[in-house]
Design a protein around this ligand. Sequence first.
Ligand code: AHM
Ligand code: MG
Length: 332
Amino acid sequence: MSRITLAHYLREQQTSLPTLDAALVRLIEQVAHACVGIAHALGQGALADLLGSAGQDNVQGEAQKKLDVLSNDLLIEAHLWGGHLAAMASEEMEDLYQLPADRPRGDYLLAFDPLDGSSNIDVNVSVGTIFSVLRSPVREAVQVEHVLQAGRQQQAAGYAIYGPSTQFVLTLGAGVDVFTLDRSLGQFILSERALRIPEATQEFAINMSNQRHWEAPVQRYVAELLAGREGVRGKDFNMRWVGSMVADVHRLLTRGGLFMYPVDAKTRAQGGRLRLLYEANPMAWLVEQAGGLASTGRERILDLQPQRLHQRVPVMLGAREEVLRLEDYHRS
Ligand code: AHM
Ligand code: MG
């Protein structure tokens, strides 16, 4: 079998995708390169004294893990000399990251969650890196407003999942393809093309411990799933919740399903739990590119106009039929 590396794949895609210029290719390769470094650090774990807290909080008031900080640093360093970026935004940094004055600049903006699901690190459960690429209207002195673009304007998006194997899942707006890390070569190899999410499903993911805080439409929807074959849905549903969005979304991209992190009484003041620019938007685009839908329950996620860098939103994404039903319950 001939093996297609990520580098080879990106050159091949350039022949059919006019938006995929050389700078964007370089940018994606540098993200993937940083993810190989993060995968290596995660693999060392306790042996390199990398587990546990970094002893400080991030902008969201969450305790940073040592690996959150290291992953953020690896992603920044990977892009410093590439000449393809105007600025970066990260879950772990309060403000935009402006490139130092002596570094070459480009036309892209990169937003990322360097280590998603980081509460799972210390228990050796899958975590990931999520990223979103936008075009920048300026190369110098990028302002937050420049990054506040609707998700439908993304130029590339994806994630790395650090599980039993490390995989890199990517969309450039022409479907979703998957690469698996060959650890001996340190390279991502194309392992699956054109993921599709079936329209119907019997599997859902939600943190059930928040049930009493949910809004009425979500209460109704989940109660009907739990009623199973005896209820109005007339079929049984299975539930999974890893607690790493990357792992929960990877499961539904792989075998179908629905993922929900709705707004609830605990998160209403912040607008929800998951962040729009570097969690909801890239995942929403991947899911739509695989034939699914992504909604807040009231609006398509990719149409939301972001108001703040670290804005949070309700997220419901996956199987078409289920997201449509959720939107219907929110309307009625
Ligand atoms: P993080 O980016 O700080 O790791 O937080 C996001 C994570 C998601 O990966 C996951 O879906 C969610 O938080 C889990 O939240 P909870 O612990 O409330 O179930
Ligand atoms: Mg996250």
